[in-house]
Design a protein around this ligand. Structure first.
Ligand code: GDP
Ligand code: MN
Length: 376
């Protein structure tokens, strides 16, 4: 679960990270008041759960309180990657002389928390990883021992030659690790962590993703979900009990089982197509689920065709077939649907689909090839 910067800042502050004071507001007048309370200059920041806000114009500096109101008015209502900005954070602005990247994720290879630091902060870390990977230092932390002094020293010396700054940064990294572990984060990131001309250090951006599997015990996190600022499709999918990730291709996929969904995407790529999404409709696929899945996929204008690849074990192929026919009726579908159904009740499913406009496929490979053809 992605949480808003304002909430991530509060968590970081609780664990002792240096976070400039800020207020969340929903209109220009409150933005002015917040700026007066905090003291100018301030920075006005769109609260949306997508990356690259700054580049999209969602982060603006304001030297005066009047300017804060004007900038807030400009940002509120702005569309950032399909999400309308409803709230802005007014935060005390700091002078920047250096920008670092510091972040933590769970490293799948070592199955442990991984801390990453880079002196090239402020910009997109994926970009740094692509163009100058040597500028990123990665340190695997064993949770049985916690973060070790020698690990902190390696990281701080990679960031700054200044002993005073390195010492402060060491404390910050240790706090970041504690915050990451305490909230069961799958990602915690400060980009940038800045050094001011007078040698102060501030975390001026905050990003936390909380592991969904731990929400049952992260009681405080329950109130932090912000659906208005999330990708619509992902919200709807969660509500319908589907596991969905949007991608950039043209072939929508409806598959049961995460493994088969991955294999389907791989095969689409293998034969030269591009999947538009990952979607696992899960074990029992009632007609309702199929309809919900198609609706979510059709929200994406890039989708030219949908490939339905179902292996019927617990899932009954005839259920899926009925769902498809119902969906076609309800939604007035005009894009090609390629269907591969195999397993439990597949004969009955074939009967149901006979004479419809759905494109049948006997094997997965045939289905993938037909979908690629239909999409081009
Ligand atoms: P992001 O684009 O969503 O990552 O938003 P950030 O919070 O990282 O802000 C983007 C950029 O705005 C930063 O990299 C800074 O260059 C600038 N910025 C943000 N806050 C401040 C601030 O307090 N002072 C100054 N001088 N620049 C800031
Ligand atoms: Mn940032």
């Amino acid at each position: 679960m992605k949480i808003q910067e304002v909430d991530a800042r509060a968590i970081f502050a609780k664990y002792g990270l240096p976070v400039p004071s800020s207020r969340l507001v929903k209109n220009a007048e409150d933005a002015r008041k917040a700026a007066e309370e905090i003291g100018c200059p301030v920075v006005v920041k769109a609260q949306v759960l997508v990356g690259g806000r700054g580049k999209a114009g969602g982060v603006k500096l304001a030297a005066t309180c009047d300017e804060a109101a004007v900038k807030a008015k400009a940002i509120l209502g702005m569309d950032i990657k399909g999400i309308t900005v409803e709230k802005v954070l007014i935060a005390r602005a700091v002078d920047i002389s250096e920008e670092f990247y510091v972040g933590m994720v769970i490293d799948r290879r070592s199955r442990k928390p991984l801390m990453m630091v880079s002196p090239a902060g402020g910009i997109d870390i994926e970009e740094v990883a692509r163009t100058s990977p040597e500028k990123i230092l990665k340190v695997v932390i064993d949770p049985a021992f916690g973060i070790m002094q020698f690990q902190l020293r390696r990281m701080t010396s990679a960031l700054s030659a200044d002993k005073e700054i390195a010492k402060k940064v060491g404390g910050i990294l240790a706090s970041l690790y504690r915050a990451f572990m305490a909230v069961d984060a799958s990602l915690a990131e400060i980009n940038p962590l800045v050094v001011t001309p007078t040698g102060e250090i501030w975390a001026i951006d905050a990003k936390i993703v909380i592991d969904d599997s731990s929400l049952y015990r992260q009681k405080d996190a329950a109130g932090l979900r912000d659906e208005s600022a999330e990708e619509r499709g992902e919200v709807e999918a969660r509500e319908a009990g589907l596991s969905f990730v949007k991608l950039d291709g043209s072939i929508g996929c409806i598959v049961n089982g995460a493994g088969l969904a991955m294999a389907t995407m791989d095969m689409i790529k293998h034969f030269g197509g591009e999947p538009a999404n990952f979607l696992d409709i899960g074990g029992s696929s009632s007609p309702d689920k199929v309809i919900a899945a198609i609706k979510i996929i059709l929200r994406d204008r890039n989708v030219k065709t949908i490939l339905i690849n179902i292996f019927g074990g617990i899932t009954r192929c005839d259920d899926v077939a009925l769902g498809l026919i119902e969906a076609k009726k309800q939604l007035g579908l005009d894009i090609p649907l390629v269907v591969r159904l195999t397993g439990t009740n597949e004969d009955r499913a074939r009967e149901i689909l006979k004479g419809t406009a759905l494109i049948p496929a006997a094997t997965m490979e045939e289905g993938v090839k037909r979908a690629i053809k239909a999409a081009s």
